[in-house]
Design a protein around this ligand. Sequence first.
Ligand SMILES: Nc1ncnc2c1ncn2[C@@H]1O[C@H](COP(=O)(O)OP(=O)(O)OP(=O)(O)O)[C@@H](O)[C@H]1O
Ligand SMILES: O=C(CO)[C@H](O)[C@H](O)COP(=O)(O)O
Length: 408
Amino acid sequence: MAVCTIYTTQSLNSRCSIYTSAKTQLGFHQREVVFYSTSGKRSSSSRRGSSVIRCAAGESQTVVIGLAADSGCGKSTFMRRLTSVFGGAAEPPKGGNPDSNTLISDTTTVICLDDYHSLDRTGRKEKGVTALDPRANNFDLMYDQVKALKDGVAVDKPIYNHVSGLLDPPELIKPPKILVIEGLHPMYDQRVRDLLDFSIYLDISNEVKFAWKIQRDMAERGHSLESIKASIEARKPDFDAYIDPQKQYADAVIEVLPTQLIPDDNEGKVLRVKLIMKEGVKYFSPVYLFDEGSTISWIPCGRKLTCSYPGIKFAYGPDTYFGQEVSVLEMDGQFDRLDELIYVESHLSNISTKFYGEVTQQMLKHADFPGSNNGTGLFQTIVGLKIRDLYEQIIASKEAAPVEATKA
Ligand SMILES: Nc1ncnc2c1ncn2[C@@H]1O[C@H](COP(=O)(O)OP(=O)(O)OP(=O)(O)O)[C@@H](O)[C@H]1O
Ligand SMILES: O=C(CO)[C@H](O)[C@H](O)COP(=O)(O)O
């Protein structure tokens, strides 16, 4: 008999029901469910079939964030910036699988959606599908488990092992304060998408993606230029079909393009980065430069900001994106001196900092992360602060709301 230990923040006399079905997605036919209440009391129940515990609506505290991007587009770097905003280091589950893709800190748990690959590397090869193809992923299980975590219920999440290319035995994930689901498809399945409190898409243009891939896979992983080109080409049709369309659903998009400051630049070192922020998203007010709603172009170089060639240019203004109203903040170029970023920060509003200079402090703290001297690092940091603010607002609103009557 498989034993599943489930931690719940609900008291034992709160209304939680166990739903069972004939067979779990993980393959267990019978399991024991052990509840731990916050007071430490314990009770257990044995059922045939899979166990999903659903507790009374309105009691959940887990805020769910989706981060979508292709492989090698800066998700891990963004996650490191985000978890740093909440303080404390993010680490793999203690004593667990050394190849786990999960990162846990005091406030956040980041799960990688590669863990919901239904086909392992050999299986994909045999069936002739890439990992980007929805047929290689189990969206039913993804939905069930993200929903359970959002409802305050622990799950046994599978692990996709990137070293072996196999599906490893599952790991226990307890409901965190903030759950980040990052990977190829957080906004692909409507059921999963509807669970997200906020969503981000990292939109890296083909030229820049290629430059980053070469930098990482050639320098750090020993791949040849030809194999990198071949891998990008092989993924492109599925990327265009299944990954890229998700950006229309994102509340914030960080778009990374080649610079416009250097004519015909093909080095890909200087970047033009746009932060596209949807209007009307609950608990999220877009950042603005100087004057909300105006159209602004700003070259901050001069007395207060050191700029070597090709300089720095900011732009801000309203726009539409997939037919929706957005505000766009743009930065082209790179900083020479990160401490001078405070000058730029002081002209930005709605950045959800807790003290003057917090963006600059965060950027200086992680000056060694990729993108710290340009708009990728700046906008990732700002989005991290906006997520903290969103989380605090959601929690405050739940605490203020009267407890809902539970249904029998
Ligand atoms: N902002 C950036 N500026 C320059 N290079 C970057 C930036 N972000 C990421 N990179 C490059 O891309 C590589 C991949 O970044 P990262 O590991 O954060 O991406 P990822 O999406 O998590 O990748 P994967 O899904 O393959 O694990 C880095 O090693 C770095 O070379
Ligand atoms: O697109 C990816 C997401 O990170 C990976 O390529 C996918 O998970 C397959 O993994 P592997 O390359 O280890 O077979």
